[in-house]
Design a protein around this ligand. Sequence first.
Ligand code: DC
Length: 208
Amino acid sequence: MSDTQFTIAIDGPAAAGKGTISKAVAARFGFAHLDTGLLYRAVGRRTLQGMEPIAAAQALSAEDLEQGDLRTAEIAQAASKVAVIPEVRSALVDFQRAFARRGGGAVLDGRDIGTVICPEAEVKLFVTASAEVRAERRFLELSAKGSDVTRDQVLSDVRERDARDAERSTAPMKPAEDAVLLDTSDLSIEAALAKAIEVIEKLRPAKS
Ligand code: DC
């Protein structure tokens, strides 16, 4: 594709559907996609292995993202805990900003993309859903992978993580002032994706 910079920032809480929407949007428009949660998860996993969080963030490499399953409930909580530390966040900023402004278009999903990483993003979506709906989705996902978590555990994990992510003082999860809110509580994935695409199409420069 061309060198045009076009950034789509997709923020929101866990299991609201932003990962699925981001992947589908990137595929549809031929943009690169970065799930920024994986960066925090990789740092979180290192801390579970005994590493100090700031050192882990500063030493993060591509292999950390590629090895093993980062999408476990234990790593999600560890990620949310390291994400509170300002030095961990600042160690990950440059990589995310460079990705956001690469040529050819980029989709980044996370918690602070539209507010801190790329406030100049051409499209900002804040994808959300009720805690109960999100917990049910995450429960089904984890159960399908063979995890023996209960619904109640997943709901309390979701609430704990929401509170920590939204209440931290550095780059808390919140919609950018100019973000379009997309509540997926009562939407199928197809309907949520259609709405996201509608918003993006309106803001995308016309093809010459
Ligand atoms: O999107 P996720 O569930 O994979 O994210 C895991 C944790 O990482 C999340 O609870 C908070 C943190 N995170 C963050 O603070 N900022 C981001 N841009 C992405 C994730």
